[in-house]
Ligand binder design. Sequence first.
Ligand code: BDR
Ligand code: CA
Length: 312
Amino acid sequence: MLNLILDLDTGVDDSIALSYAALNPEVNLLGVTGTFGNVTTDMGARNALAVLAMMGRSDVPVFEGAYHSLTTESFSPHDVSVRIHGRNGTGNVVFPAAERSVEKEAASDFLIRMMRQNEDMVIVTTGPSTNLASALMKAPELSSWKGRVVIMGGALTVRGNVSHFAEANISQDPEAAKIVFESGLDVTMVGLDVTMRSRLRKSDAQAWRATGTEAGKAFAGMLEHYILNTIGGDDTYVHDPSAVVCALHPEYFSLLPLALTVELDGADRGRTVGDESRILEKAPKTRAAVNVDSGKVEKELKIIGEYFTRIS
Ligand code: BDR
Ligand code: CA
């Protein structure tokens, strides 16, 4: 059983990643922390609560975290995020609002408390790394924490998706990502190198809708919106769910040990790259996923459709 915390900017692929984790019998989902990114932090947290309710997992606590990056004073979603994830983060499909609210504790405090209690745990971030960086700034001794971190973000062998070099999650808060990569924690980067190799398809959406369930129909509409506004063909990338699959099944991925850092300046801002100042390190604590058995990732995600069938 994998003890897991998900740190999300709950848009479309975050919702699918959350459903996969919430429905997976191999996962002990300890909590969800929310950040800005695809949507504002409060909207993302509301989406996480709604998704958990649809998955029958209203037992999982949700915590609100950073409202903006470490270097900014405010945040509003970028036009491209609104187009891809819809105005509400769920592809403009209205999910039934959850009957509960977020917890009072701040996301970074929850992360600190759980890291202190539990070394046998994985934190998966699928948005900007701000909450985890804030936790490390508040409690620097946690850099010797023995658990694992898996980050959906970055691009090592392919171009970025917001600039030539930068991927969206890293680009939203490069300073935070740099803190996490250089912290000494065990970090696996699941970037565009692998997330673009696996696909969710229109046929998945059609099968979800065919179950006739409210959740299946809502998820189908959300996925179709995402397919249309990302690639625009018959399928789309599997960004955030790939990170959760990698937390559970690192053996599905080719992992390159590499002392990772993030460029902060100029046209390279937000680029994930090997740190030449640490190139002599014999056993780097960070690694980048550079290839994947996409069939295995896609098969894992069938858990979601099976749930919709089960409740129909
Ligand atoms: C990442 O950016 C967000 O739009 C997605 O949710 C994913 O986390 C992909 O670059
Ligand atoms: Ca995300």
